[in-house]
Design a protein around this ligand. Structure first.
Ligand SMILES: Cc1cc2nc3c(=O)[nH]c(=O)nc-3n(C[C@H](O)[C@H](O)[C@H](O)COP(=O)(O)O)c2cc1C
Length: 375
């Protein structure tokens, strides 16, 4: 699943993984903001939280959030490294956003602003790769010509990244403009890479996944709006769930992981938007709902709401840094195993160079216990 601001928070990542997604990227997190957070072990939720000074959860992860790739927004190798080192024990890989065209990103030299600065790209990626024990990837957009895009891909490949995501649109193009599968096909027909290329753009169905892999010869796919529309697009057996069922599953996980209510509401509204379901009574009620309890009522989950035992938990910042550090080093032994697995998986796949949407599949995947279902 692609990085999506406000959507790719922990509940949506867990839901995607549960459906069969191999890797769920986080939303973009700005380096400076992430660096200023405090790491907190949330024993009540069994999560690791990164909390800002104003006590907001900036990043939350947990054991089931396997193969977690954290996407950074950055314009500098120094800030990127500081942020990455801060979270490195709790993630499996770092991705650098080189595609966001929004004013906030571009005026700060981040996102798509990086695409015209190959020296900065090289500096950021090589610094991270040299200093981090986890794989580093990046996500770009198409440049004006195929040759410019090939040149950029070659520069990025030479830094030693573990994968490159290609959003098959140019910087000025908006989501409603069709993604250029044909252009990535031409690019990959005329150049080859030792790193996996991940195709992104306008992939909504299981058939689209097959079609884009066949047409472009990319190694893997990354899905954004298609995952919002129906996250079961990741299912390996190609079965599709109803959006109603998906909303219920999402609400349950959001509750279990104590997701911020406005974020939960936002994602449910996004699912409705992507399904053209904004005119129904349920959608109208959802757009104005003010509490989790009422959201559960709208989506016929009143019984489940009453069974939810955990009251919302505000993580307690640890007073004792020594204790925190101790926990961190104990925690890191389990995450190290996870990191090693994804690193090995990427390396293996690079060696075989087989196009596969399972490129990053964790060897631990089959052992993951299913999330509890509500009866
Ligand atoms: C709600 C939303 C939020 C997004 N946030 C990010 C982001 O944080 N980082 C990023 O690299 N791209 C972001 N994108 C772009 C997507 O990752 C993806 O490149 C784009 O939507 C094209 O894929 P699609 O056609 O499957 O939607 C976002 C897209 C959407 C719809």
């Amino acid at each position: 699943m692609a990085p999506m601001v406000r959507v790719s928070t922990l509940p949506m990542r867990l839901l995607a993984l549960r459906q069969g997604c191999d890797i769920a990227y986080s939303e973009e997190l700005i380096d400076v903001k992430l660096s200023s957070t405090k790491r907190v072990v949330n024993e009540k939720l069994n999560t690791i939280d990164y909390i800002s000074k104003d006590r907001a959860v900036v990043y939350r992860t947990c054991e089931q959030d396997r193969n977690n790739v954290l996407q950074l927004g950055t314009a500098s190798s120094v800030s990127a490294l500081k942020a990455a080192q801060h979270v490195v024990n709790d993630i499996c890989a770092i991705d650098i956003n080189m595609g966001c065209p929004k004013f906030f990103s571009v005026q700060g030299g981040m996102g798509s602003a990086l695409l015209s600065k190959p020296e900065t790209i090289k500096d950021i990626l090589t610094t991270l790769i040299r200093n981090l024990p986890v794989p580093v990837t990046c996500k770009i957009r198409l440049l004006k010509t195929d040759q410019e895009t090939i040149d950029l891909l070659k520069i990025i490949e030479s830094t030693g990244v573990s994968a490159i995501g290609v959003h098959m649109r140019e910087i000025p193009e908006r989501p409603k403009d069709p993604a250029h599968w044909d252009r990535l096909a031409t690019i990959l027909a005329n150049s080859s890479y030792s790193v996996p290329i991940i195709a992104n753009g306008d992939i909504y169905t299981h058939q689209d996944i097959d079609n884009v892999l066949n047409q472009t010869k990319a190694n893997s796919v990354m899905i954004a709006r298609g995952a919002i529309r129906n996250v079961s697009v990741f299912s390996k057996d190609k079965s599709l769930k109803s959006f109603h069922q998906i909303i219920q599953d999402y609400i349950q996980i959001a509750y279990e992981k104590d997701n911020l209510f406005p974020n939960t509401k936002y994602v449910v509204n996004q699912i409705l938007n992507e399904n053209d379901e904004t005119k129904t009574e349920k959608a109208r009620q959802t757009s104005v709902v003010k509490s989790m309890k009422d959201l559960c009522t709208i989506w016929e989950m009143t019984n489940q709401y009453e069974q939810f035992l955990n009251p919302p938990t505000i993580p307690i910042l640890m007073e004792n840094q020594e204790e925190n550090d101790q926990t961190k080093s104990e925690e890191s032994s389990s995450t190290t195993t996870k990191k090693h697995t994804i690193d090995e998986t990427i390396q293996e796949n690079i060696k075989t160079k087989e196009p596969s949407i399972k490129r990053f599949k964790s060897k631990e995947e089959d052992q993951e216990p299913p999330l509890p279902s509500i009866s």
